[in-house]
Design a protein around this ligand. Structure first.
Ligand SMILES: *Cc1c(COP(=O)(O)O)cnc(C)c1O
Length: 397
């Protein structure tokens, strides 16, 4: 039986129901498991497909349940969970890319990923081209015979620019490259990138999946063979595995993900409308709004428009100070996807220089979109009237 998302979030990967067995996700903190000398090889090179649990850097029952649930939610064959979203991206990049290979990456993406691509990968002989992945011609022009991976983020942090997954999957595959999609902001409730042709889906589970802001985690979802190969490199050898308690907290968060995303979307619609009409706000972006320049694409590839809203305003740095001093319901803080609403100002200058390394026309395109800075708003689950009253008081004067 193929279950729908709301059912998968609670049931997918569960053990068979047997009288006397505990119901729900078992938390197994053990690092070692009793071994059968005939079944278990000691080296990562002797991994059997159906190997029993052996050592928790290889696999762990709680983490295994999280991985099966994530694979089901994203419509992939398998998943590998990591200690953080950054561990997931690093593991995927270093698994798929080697010296002489080329990566095409979204020129606007999570700052940690941009810095990894620009500063670290070239040290290992990996060439990197950053392009505006909302521009298909730019993506096509960046592809080379040695391109192995195209990595996009949609919606992209922090300006909520979208990328057309199906079109970029076609371009990447024609060039012999794979496509990975950071779908942290969309979550599988909004978008299942594999359905649009992506080879890998990446999530920071720290955000919407966890929801409560009390566990770090990440994941890569993809084909069974690819994920088994990734496990050998990124889990067993790099070792950035998630701890079972964080996996257990994230399993708990996932159960309410579909319900929460519906509420995040409804609250974001109200906040985006309020911001869009506020005199202090130059522009507001939310993929669900008809004013978003890629609203048609959003409707094609998002079943839910998520809870992230961005806006720009004149004199952003001073306004950020005022907002931080005044907000009572919102918290002035980084991160996103929490039950509690968060707001944070990201000056364009800092991001362009330290993270994205954009100059000339590319830097101008970023400023054209967002001005001198972006307020990133993660709209939480509080009553929307309280959220709007809080923003109104913070923006006035
Ligand atoms: C937070 C985030 C990451 C990094 O995840 P961590 O769990 O903080 O390591 C990667 N991509 C996006 C889009 C994010 O929002």
């Amino acid at each position: 039986m193929t279950m729908k998302t709301a059912t998968q979030a609670i049931h997918a990967g569960d053990a068979e129901a047997r009288p006397g067995e505990p119901m729900g996700s078992p938390l197994v903190p053990a690092t070692s498991f009793f071994a059968d000398p005939d079944a278990v090889g000691f080296s990562a090179n002797d991994l059997g497909a159906a190997m029993p649990h052996f050592y928790s850097r290889w696999s762990n029952p709680t983490v295994d349940l999280l991985e099966r649930r994530l694979a089901a939610l994203d419509g992939g064959e398998a998943a590998l969970a990591f200690a953080s979203g950054m561990a997931a991206v690093t593991g995927l990049f270093l698994h798929t890319l080697g010296a002489g290979d080329h990566l095409v990456v979204s020129d606007v993406c999570y700052a940690g990923v941009a810095e990894l691509a620009h500063d670290i990968l070239p040290r290992y002989g990996i060439a990197v081209t950053a392009v505006d992945t909302s521009d298909l011609a730019a993506v096509a022009a960046a592809l080379r015979p040695e391109t192995r991976l195209v990595h996009i983020e949609t919606p992209a942090n922090p300006i909520l620019r979208l990328a057309d997954i199906a079109a970029i999957a076609r371009l990447a595959h024609e060039a012999g490259a794979k496509l990975s999609v950071d779908s942290t902001m969309a979550t599988p409730v909004a978008t299942r990138p594999i359905d649009f042709g992506a080879d890998f889906v990446v999530h920071s589970l720290t955000k919407y999946a966890c929801a409560h802001g009390d566990a770090l985690g990440g994941a890569v979802i993809g084909g069974g063979e690819e994920i088994a190969a990734l496990r050998k490199v990124a889990a067993i050898h790099f070792g950035g595995v998630i701890n079972p308690f964080a996996a257990w907290l994230i399993l708990r968060g996932l159960e309410t993900l579909p319900l929460r995303m519906a509420a995040h979307q409804a609250n974001a619609a109200a906040v985006a409308e309020f911001l869009g009409n506020h005199p202090r706000v130059r522009r507001a972006w939310w993929p669900g709004s008809p004013d978003h320049p890629q609203h048609d694409l959003a409707r094609r590839q998002m079943r839910n428009f998520s809870g992230m809203v961005a806006f720009s305003a004149a004199d952003g740095a001073a306004l950020a100070r005022q907002i931080a001093d005044r907000v009572k319901v919102f918290a002035y803080a980084v991160s996103l996807g929490k039950t509690r609403s968060l707001i944070f100002h990201i000056p364009a200058e800092d991001l362009l220089r330290s993270s994205f390394r954009l100059e000339g026309r590319a830097a101008q395109a970023y400023r054209d979109w967002t001005g001198e800075g972006t307020f990133r708003v993660s709209v939480g689950l509080e009553d929307p009237a309280d959220l709007i009253a809080d923003l109104d008081a913070a923006l006035s004067g």
